[in-house]
Design a protein around this ligand. Structure first.
Ligand code: GDP
Length: 616
């Protein structure tokens, strides 16, 4: 239905409950696309609603809401994940429906995928090396020689030849980064604790991350070969964190190992399989198009984009058309961790894939598409969506400069800061000085994180979540973090002189304070005579007693010190017969107060204006 709208333009209208789904960061172009309208008409309609925007500019939910209501639509903002799901559905690749539809017949057992976590120096890397070299059942001549980001070992368990897949990047950081991207690849976590050192901060961090992700834990008590090793103490310490060893009546398997001497590795793998069988139902359908997660990727000079993919379901084959994040292509060749070519890869198998047009990010989902064209279209749509989201983010984050505006619009009340410095003394001094800035009541200054050292990914993530500004004192970005800050639109400022940092923050805080207004008296006039005019209402023949009477300024009328009319406007001002813009002290004039006619001789007309109060 077409109907004339605001501004005389014609826009297809909804019926008042027609739902339009838009992703965060959408523009009028996107909206126009959805309702089949001309973007220029939407710009016009929005303009008549009092908002100026270009067709390509990202708009917020409120603005879309206003526009949609006018046109008879209801806006639903969707997240990136939802949108991606819809995108895939539009290509007939409904992954959720696929999962639900799978019955017991199609599902087959698959190997568990394991990540090794724990405190630094407790032997994670060594343990991964040890496991790699125990892969005797497979009988590979050269053993595992390539680092491709994950590897699979085989072991005999209860008479069966079983495989276990290990993610070859130790630590919970990668694990959590992938989870943050919506990819959960790990089934079981091995928590490495050195028996000569005990439970340490990162041990606890790691187990928290695993528990948060609902991933069962197997504890590897490492370095039992060392003098002073006390494996019993580790078991006892970990009971505090809900990890109670089986021999103490709990459910967690603890295995004593020496990564260095290759002791206990078989038992550890056995424990992983036992835990997987007891706690998890690891099955997947190998007889369908593959989907998985990219766990590592890089650009190789000779081979182009190389991505290691962990297949999660289905089977990946050479020749498949694939899309991983915004990368797409056709699988040209696949290799395993031995460097051997692979023709097909089933569930839980890590393979290196050649043939993508660009390098995906770790954590990107990897799916097989019907054909090259579909793969390319999905990748392109994702890229466009990513770009739009990026622009939206850029606008959303705060910088020291745009604080004033954000505050005036009531969007923020707190300036969150992350402080990083080269030495702890400097960080403390900076924090003390910043917190001493007197900013009044309306604005809060909060230091949400402080630390020594380069500005890390973690700092930027924190600033992203809490809309904070990062201040670096005599420090730099850690490797690759600058890009991240840039992408996320986080304002990072570097200083080498403390007072400059303080000056900047103070200036921003003062500038950003909501302006306070006060009434400033302009002039007063006493009414001497009243002229009744049918055309202009009553005119007060007055003499200016102080200051100046200015046309169009605010006015009030007082009688014997009491206000009889307030919030009036000097609507007309005359010197004799001529219009005047202002009349100074001592002169006579005729004042018209619009429709306010309750005037008496002797009343005083005071005029005033609101002025911004300067801050000290
Ligand atoms: P990560 O930081 O957790 O990856 O720890 P590494 O695997 O790099 O190991 C840290 C140090 O502990 C290295 O010097 C290893 O040689 C040593 N180490 C690891 N496992 C053992 C072990 O079982 N016994 C002994 N004695 N030393 C070990």
């Amino acid at each position: 239905m077409q109907a004339p709208s605001l501004g005389g333009v014609s826009v297809p209208r909804g019926n008042g409950s027609t739902v339009v789904r838009l992703r965060h960061g959408s523009s009028l172009n996107d909206f126009a696309d959805k309702i089949d309208a001309n973007p220029a008409s939407l710009v016009t309609v929005l303009f008549h609603l009092g908002e100026m925007a270009t067709a390509t500019q990202s708009l917020d939910e409120d603005t879309f809401g206003t526009l949609a209501q006018e046109l008879g639509y209801v806006i639903e903002m969707v997240s990136a994940e939802e949108e991606d799901r819809e995108l895939l559905e539009s290509f007939d690749m409904d992954l959720d429906a696929e999962l639900e539809a799978e019955g017991d017949d199609e599902l087959q057992a698959r190997p568990p995928v394991v990540t090794v976590m724990g405190h630094v120096d407790h032997g994670k890397t060594k343990l991964l090396d040890a496991i790699r070299s125990t892969d005797v059942v497979a009988g590979e001549a050269g053993g595992i020689t390539q680092h491709i980001g994950a590897y699979q070992v085989r072991a005999e368990h209860e008479g069966l030849d079983r495989a276990v897949t290990f993610i070859d990047t130790p630590g919970h950081e990668a694990f959590t980064a992938m989870r943050a991207r919506g990819a959960q690849v790990t089934d079981i976590a091995i928590l490495v604790v050195a028996a000569d050192d005990g439970v340490m901060p990162q041990t606890i961090e790691a187990l928290n991350h695993a528990q948060a992700a609902n991933v069962p834990i197997v504890v590897a008590v490492n370095k039992v070969d060392k003098e002073g090793a006390n494996p019993a103490k580790i078991r006892q310490q970990l009971t505090e964190y809900n990890l109670v060893a089986e021999e103490y009546g709990g459910e967690t398997m603890f295995v004593d190992v020496s990564a260095k001497q290759g002791q206990g590795i078989d038992s550890l793998i056995e424990a992983v399989l036992l835990t997987a069988d007891a706690a998890l139902d690891l099955r997947a359908n190998p007889d369908k198009d593959a989907r998985g997660v990219a766990i590592e990727a890089n650009l190789d000079k000779g081979r182009g984009a190389v991505a290691t993919v962990l297949v999660q379901s289905g089977t990946l084959r050479v020749g498949d058309a694939v899309v991983a994040g915004t990368a797409h292509g056709r699988v040209r060749a696949m290799f395993d961790e031995h460097g051997d070519p692979v023709v097909e890869a089933g569930p839980a198998r890590p393979v290196q894939v050649l043939g993508l047009t660009s390098v995906p990010s770790a954590g990107d989902t990897f799916i097989v598409a019907r054909d090259d064209r579909t793969a390319r279209q999905i990748a392109e749509k994702r890229e466009a969506a990513e770009r739009a989201a990026l622009l939206a983010k850029r606008r959303k984050r705060i910088s020291l400069e745009d604080f004033t505006q954000a505050l005036q619009q009531g969007k923020v009340e707190t300036l969150n800061l992350v402080l990083k410095g080269d030495v702890s003394g400097a960080v403390e001094a900076l924090e003390d000085a910043l917190l001493k800035i007197d900013v009044g009541e309306e604005v809060d200054l909060r230091v949400i994180h402080r630390g020594v050292g380069a500005i890390t990914q973690n700092d930027v993530n924190l600033a992203t979540v809490d809309n904070a500004i990062i201040i670096g004192f005599n420090v730099k970005f850690a490797e690759r973090v600058e890009d991240l800050a840039d992408r996320e639109g986080v304002d990072v400022r570097f200083y080498s002189v403390i007072y400059q940092a303080i000056d900047d923050v103070e200036a921003a805080l003062k500038g950003m304070l909501k302006p306070e207004y006060e009434e400033a008296q302009l002039g007063s006039a006493e009414i001497r005579e009243i002229f009744r005019s049918s055309r202009f209402g009553n005119i007060a023949g007055s003499i200016v007693r102080s200051g100046t009477i200015v046309r169009n300024s605010k006015a009030r009328v007082t009688r014997n010190g009491k206000v009889v009319g307030d919030n009036l406007t000097i609507e007309s001002l005359k010197r004799f017969k001529d219009d005047a813009t202002e009349v100074r002290e001592g002169f006579e004039c005729g004042i018209g107060l619009g429709s306010f006619n309750d005037l008496e001789i002797g009343d005083v007309i005071e005029t005033w204006e609101m002025r911004e109060k300067p801050r000290s």
